[in-house]
Design a protein around this ligand. Structure first.
Ligand code: DC
Length: 245
């Protein structure tokens, strides 16, 4: 079961994806964290993040490892835990530029596909281009939206201390980052044609989770029915093997 959850920031994507994965016993992958991790590496290695050629040339160097436990999402870069540093304002301000570089996207997309392929029991993958580009054959695609006001107030609530700033500054920063993520040439933030859109503006986290869990369950039973009607070659061979024993 592969579930793609896309949408801009502040729509409740991470909290929803983790809660849905935990409720259904699925793995979880935060692809935004991977783009943040490569951005953090660029910043700490003095790669000028506004120079796309320099970023492209360095994009193969960091080793990024993502954990897939929804209860304890982990990310490391070159063996160093990066879960704290990737959430700083400095990384947030630079991540759109780094993630727009095609070489970065190719590298991170390959990593995402291999993690999804290895997740035996199924996985919830959250990001911006999962349903459109990374996993276009996902069993369920969800696109979360919310008004800019709701998104800004949720983001401000998540940020702590001096990083929180005021809601209107957060709103401006969000709008700027969404515009950059939606207008980039390679794999922009976009709803897949076959994604289910859920507007979370007026919903609590519990309501969004309940809605997505229901969507996953119906996608799972539709998949089971399809596969029951048309057994895969492997299944037929296994049956033949059992009969001949
Ligand atoms: O979800 P987030 O805010 O942590 O994501 C950080 C940035 O990473 C976001 O501004 C755009 C980029 N991103 C992307 O380009 N593609 C993804 N699948 C996920 C995130």
């Amino acid at each position: 079961m592969i579930v793609a959850i896309d949408g801009p920031s502040g729509t409740g994507k991470s909290s929803t994806s983790k809660a849905v994965a935990s409720a259904l016993g699925l793995s979880y992958l935060d692809t935004g964290a991977q783009y943040r991790a490569i951005t953090w590496w660029m910043l700490t290695n003095d790669v000028p993040v506004s120079d796309a050629e320099a970023v492209a040339a360095a994009s193969g160097r960091p080793e990024i490892v993502s954990g897939t436990d929804p209860a304890a999402p982990a990310i490391s870069v070159d063996g160093v835990d990066a879960s704290g540093p990737i959430r700083t304002q400095e990384v947030t301000a630079a991540v759109s530029a780094v993630s727009a570089v095609p070489e970065v996207r190719t590298r991170i997309t390959e990593l995402q596909r291999s993690i999804a392929a290895d997740a035996a029991g199924g996985i919830v993958v959250e990001g911006r281009d999962i349903g459109t580009t990374v996993l276009p054959d996902a069993d369920l695609k969800v696109f979360l939206t919310a008004s800019p006001e709701a998104r800004a107030s949720r983001r401000s609530g998540e940020l702590k201390g001096k990083e929180a700033g005021d809601v209107s500054a957060t709103r401006e920063a969000l709008i700027k980052r969404d515009a950059a993520d939606s207008s980039r040439k390679t794999s922009p933030l976009k709803k897949a044609d076959d994604a289910v859109e859920v507007d979370t503006t007026e919903l609590s986290l519990e309501q969004v989770v309940e809605c997505v869990v229901t969507l996953v369950e119906s996608a799972a039973s539709a998949k089971e029915q399809r596969e029951g009607q048309a057994p895969a070659a492997g299944t037929a061979n296994e049956k033949a093997g059992q009969i001949s024993k």
